[in-house]
Design a protein around this ligand. Sequence first.
Ligand code: CUA
Length: 185
Amino acid sequence: MGTSYTPPTNPDWWREPIERSELVWIVLAFSWCIFMFVWMIGWHFAGPQNMSNETYRTTIEEYAKKVDDFSAKYAIRKDDATGEDVVAPPPGSDVYLAAMQWQYRPILELKKGEKYRLHISSYDVGHGFSLLPENINFQVYPGYEQVTTITPNKSGTFAIACGEYCGGAGGIGHHSMLGRIYVKE
Ligand code: CUA
């Protein structure tokens, strides 16, 4: 014959002292939560985490002017394949990249081991910056200028793909949205 368990009806159950082992686990878990919370700052400096960046408000017109001035100043040639400007800014300088339906502009030529301040914004809708074959990803929005300090540590040709569906009204170009970065020795 089965009997069902009926908990004791003790109206003061919440006054009972916590079991010692339970208290130990609560203290351990809570301490770990606090440690991980504070250590979030540490991830900006330690480990292969996604890069941290600064973000500023801008407008599409204001940002487009920066990109145009930057391209005009440092363009060195037209790309053979695309006819786009290839822009080679001096090491240590500010570099401006624009995302738009459906490309990244201009093509950059950077030097390995040199530091640059990379600015990115969008001319229309939200896009994704995805650097291949490296695993660097972030979102790009119109009205926001994101600045990331980068030091390319490998030479070669790198593709920028769009990692955010940006088809738009009647638009089908998301899958063909690409950009390019050359890194020279
Ligand atoms: Cu831009 Cu998808």
